[in-house]
Write a protein that binds this ligand. Structure first.
Ligand code: NAP
Length: 320
């Protein structure tokens, strides 16, 4: 029977899940509001066998080298682009993630952003507050219809499908394409056709800056881009340029590169652009269930078992 293991959790998590971890293992939680810098993380986790990380923590080969006792990494997110999966696999370290439980929350936010961008909500909200609502005006705040419009979904996985389900209620025509081969012919076709383009692929070398100048050029001048996947899938310089020149109508980003955007970043002044601070999974239910899955993953691996949601394949679990 494996005994108590030392675990570092890089932030307090909502809900009761961490109590379960504490009842079995020795748990230290990083208490600051900001994530640990790489050297702080290496120091805080130096004796840890289990590491529960957020997407703001970089788990790279260097960090893994600093943590000789590490046996499990559990990432509190469905995406794991912040973890060097190959380096972890080489060490025989399983990496967990939290799929499914945040699918609806993220699909809902995608729709919220689509509607907000189509109907120019930020400008309208500001006008109502700032005294610019002087009368009912026939030609002010004109936006785009969502019903029966064409929605292009890049990456038809759990969240992409949940967005397509919602699009059914708006009688939208849904096109899908895979981003696995980068800016392939099917992706180009989708970009030419769609009124709304929504990104739901993971961040990988193939999807990095997939939506750049060439992709944006293919889109309609009335098209709206939504990114609730990962910031670096969109080239921000190209997006800013496209919005300023009216090459596309609007965009909404829940994720950016970097996160957060530094004060004074030109993107914050770009017209027809909505930015939210990475809140795709931010419902109480989703975040509590993510905590449950992240703890389940860690408990299983520290007990020498396969994680319920493991992102890498470890042939034989090395229960050190
Ligand atoms: P998923 O079920 O794995 O779906 C992702 C889809 O992307 C896959 O079905 C696949 O679709 C495509 N894909 C897979 N591997 C790929 C690769 N190597 N290169 C390019 N495309 C690939 O994941 P999900 O649960 O829907 O989540 C999708 C992404 O959303 C996550 O990776 C995460 O980055 C992001 N996310 C963001 C938030 C937020 O807070 N904003 C919340 C949750 C998730 P095809 O077969 O069509 O290629």
């Amino acid at each position: 029977m494996p005994g108590m293991a030392r675990c570092l959790v890089t932030r307090e998590l909502p809900g009761p899940a961490l109590h379960r971890l504490r009842s079995v293992h020795e748990v230290v939680v990083w208490q600051a509001r900001l994530p640990p810098a790489p050297n702080e993380l290496a120091h805080a986790a130096r004796d840890a066998e289990g590491l529960l990380t957020l997407l703001t923590d970089r788990v790279d080969a260097w960090l893994l080298e600093q943590l000789p006792r590490l046996r499990a990494v559990s990432n509190y997110a469905v995406g794991y682009d912040n973890v060097d999966l190959e380096a972890a696999s080489r060490r025989g370290i399983p990496v967990g993630h939290t799929p499914d439980v945040l699918t609806d929350a993220t699909a809902d936010l995608t729709f919220a952003l689509m509607l907000a961008a189509a109907r120019r909500l930020p400008a309208a909200l500001a006008a109502a507050k700032d005294g610019d609502w002087v009368t009912w005006e026939p030609a002010k705040f004109l936006g785009y219809e969502v019903r029966a419009a064409t929605l292009g979904i890049l990456g038809f996985g759990r969240i992409g499908r949940a967005v397509a389900d919602r699009a059914g209620g708006f009688a939208m025509r849904v096109l899908t394409a895979s981003a696995r081969q980068g800016l392939s012919e099917p992706v180009k076709e989708l970009l030419r056709e769609a009124d709304f383009v929504s990104l739901h692929c993971p961040l990988t070398p193939e999807t990095h800056h997939l939506i750049g100048a060439q992709a944006l050029e293919l889109m309609r001048p009335t098209a709206i881009l939504i990114n609730t996947a990962r910031g670096p899938i969109v080239d921000h310089h190209a997006l800013k340029d496209a919005l300023e020149r009216g090459q596309i109508a609007a965009a909404a980003l829940d994720v950016t590169e970097p996160e957060p955007l530094p004060a004074g970043d030109p993107l914050l002044q770009t017209p027809n652009l909505i930015i939210t601070p990475h809140i795709g999974s931010a419902t109480r239910a989703a975040r509590e269930r993510m905590a449950d899955l992240a703890v389940d993953n860690l408990l299983a691996a520290l007990d020498g078992q396969q994680m319920p949601h493991q992102a890498n394949h470890i042939p034989a679990l090395g229960a050190a």
